[in-house]
Write a protein that binds this ligand. Structure first.
Ligand SMILES: [Zn+2]
Length: 591
């Protein structure tokens, strides 16, 4: 029931002091690992030919397919306009020189005020003139919010937004980036450059966030940390390999050797990692990038992630799949391994750390790629392109649970709580020119008891009449958007109401992870799925109420929800938001 839902994407690069970055996602689109915006399975990209219009008849993409950006004429915090512009040009130079990608970005001069026809310092008083999607200026403005007054409070470092989306051709016609100069002094110039670099990845693809090494480097509780390292050693090994589009900045812990020169991860995302390069290359492939291209030096891996049940495998969307090459060095690296020998970090002429030198011991961190399932290639499916040959460890990992909303990785509002937070498929051999695949990753830890087959019994729209389930269960039911409903879920901000047409109930005598999958057998429209505890407040349940344990309310007819639940009594609500269906609801709990 997301029809009226306007999700404002605020993408914090969050540290202990919340930093942020972001954009706006327009319905009907979904986010993704790799591409940021996906429309019915097709990623949104820049047009590849002349794109022109607005009051200046200016171009956002020129006839040869180069994306043209315009830069603010004002300063950026402690940086002069020429210093800040040089940073912008440096970053677009990185994204323009990926050998496997064929997209280029070029500075087309200052942002021009369409009224005065003169270069302009964009600030909070005139910002709307350059970021109106109804009266676009076709300039791809890069805005220097020198004093932070455009961005406002809340620790937001900057943000990205598509200004014009063409949903017919799946193009981003115009985009913009705002950089919050109020943070330059606090972060330092080079970490701030890293933040720029991250932000421009959203603009350049548009690319989504990703997670490979960053969550480990941050010593996250959601990560599977390598044995034999303390937190400082983990930072020193992994932080220099952090994905540019990892959604958070994090501080170097006490005990880190790199901390003397780098107080956080910012400087290390100022160069592009393999995964970010591959994500852009997948959208704008140069000949030879894809394994199927003639003479490609690369291979690829594809497959699905599923929950296995007695009535068949259920493909699971939103799962982070990582492939790490392990034929040069093992993963995880042996204790004592460091990214830079002796923790000495060479810098380039601008003061930016060079990427860590190639070492067999760290190849599994450097030669790594990721994708989120169910975004582009079908339910539960992933594909990793652009892999150099070798043997790879393929694994699913827990996505940082804070990586939602503006910091999201993949399409989910709530990350799936994996029962086993790092699960390895084993070694897959990648050969040049070949797609390795066909092997499903079965999520570990779920009950393998046969599903109890149940037919829906009406009436079941009152909590007192909710149909009791013994789980794991497979319910066959039906409904229409005209069916009776007594309970309703209230979305915040007047974004809508979900009527709960069919209610089921079950009891957990111990804490469990519960996975629910709702799928149409026949019919069409939009079904949504809710799970809430018996502490619900009454006939109207706010979506944010503490009793609401999880929900799936996309525009799709299929929904999945995975939640960790304490022992207790729970209700499942099936909402026929639009249309009519015969449906199948499967409820599986952890062992
Ligand atoms: Zn971001």
């Amino acid at each position: 029931m997301t029809r009226n839902k306007k999700l404002i994407r605020i993408l914090p690069l969050i540290a202990l002091f919340a930093l942020a970055v972001s954009g706006i996602v327009l319905s009907p689109s979904a986010r993704a690992g790799g591409p940021l915006i996906v429309n019915n399975g097709t990623p949104i990209r820049w047009p590849r030919g002349l794109t022109q219009g607005g009051p200046l008849n200016s171009q956002t993409v020129n006839a040869s397919g180069t994306v043209l950006y315009h830069v603010d004429s004002g300063p950026l915090g402690t940086l002069s306009n020429s210093e800040a512009t040089a940073l912008v040009d440096r970053i677009f130079g990185l994204y323009s020189s990926i050998p496997t990608a064929n997209i280029r970005f070029s500075n087309a001069g200052p942002i021009i005020d369409p009224d005065s026809r003169q270069p302009v310092d964009v600030n909070s008083s005139n910002f709307g003139k350059f970021t109106s999607s109804t009266r676009p200026t076709f300039q791809n403005p890069i805005v220097f919010d020198s004093d932070g007054s455009i961005t406002g409070g809340g620790g937001v470092l900057g943000f990205f937004g598509p200004l014009q989306l063409d949903g017919i051709n799946n193009f981003q016609v115009e985009g913009f980036v705002v950089l919050n100069g109020a943070f330059v002094a606090q972060l330092g110039k080079i970490p701030f450059l890293g933040v720029f670099t991250h932000e421009f990845g959203h603009f350049a693809g548009p690319l989504d966030h990703s997670q490979i090494n960053g969550n480990i480097a941050a010593n996250s509780a959601s990560a599977s940390l390598p044995p034999g390292f303390n937190s400082g050693q983990i930072f020193d090994l992994y932080a220099p390999f952090t994905e540019t589009v990892y959604p958070f900045i994090f501080n170097a812990p006490v005990g880190s050797q790199l901390r003397n020169s780098f107080k956080d991860s910012g400087a290390f995302i100022a160069s592009l990692d393999m995964d970010t390069k591959n994500a852009l290359s997948s959208l704008y492939p140069a000949p030879g990038f894809f394994a199927s291209d003639p003479g490609s030096p690369n291979g690829a891996i594809e497959g699905r992630v599923v929950v296995r049940t007695s009535t068949g495998d259920i493909p699971v969307n939103g799962i982070d799949v990582i492939a790490r090459r392990i034929s040069k060095g093992a993963y995880p690296p042996a204790p004592g391994t460091v990214s830079f020998p002796n923790n000495q970090v060479p810098l380039d002429a601008d003061g930016v750390p060079l990427p860590p030198p190639a070492q067999d011991a760290t190849d599994s961190l450097a030669t790594a790629s990721s994708a989120v399932t169910g975004v582009q290639f079908g339910p539960g499916r992933y594909r990793l392109d652009g892999l150099p040959p070798g043997d790879y460890m393929v694994e699913v990992v827990q996505i940082n649970p804070n990586a939602t909303g503006g910091s999201g990785i993949g399409p989910l509002d709530t990350q799936v709580p994996l029962i086993v937070k790092e699960q390895t498929l084993g070694s897959v051999t990648v050969n040049a020119g070949q797609m390795a695949g066909g092997t499903d990753i079965v999520l570990a830890g779920f009950s393998n008891a046969p599903l109890v087959a149940v037919s829906e019994r009406e009436p079941n729209e009152k909590a007192a009449k909710a149909q009791s389930l013994a789980i794991p269960a497979e319910v066959t039911g039906s409904g229409t958007d005209q069916d009776a409903a007594k309970l309703r879920v209230i979305f915040p901000g007047g974004q809508g109401v979900g009527l709960l047409n069919d209610l089921y109930t079950f009891t957990l005598t111990a804490p469990k992870t519960v996975f629910l999958s709702l799928d149409p057998i026949s019919g069409s429209g939009d079904m949504d799925l809710y799970i809430f505890s018996d502490a619900f407040p009454g006939k109207k349940i706010p979506l944010g109420d503490a009793s609401m344990m999880g929900f799936g309310a996309t525009e799709s007819a299929s929904e999945q929800v995975a939640v960790q639940l304490p022992a207790g009594n729970y209700f499942i609500g099936v909402s026929i938001f639009a249309g009519s269906f015969n449906y199948r609801l499967r409820v599986i709990q952890s062992q």
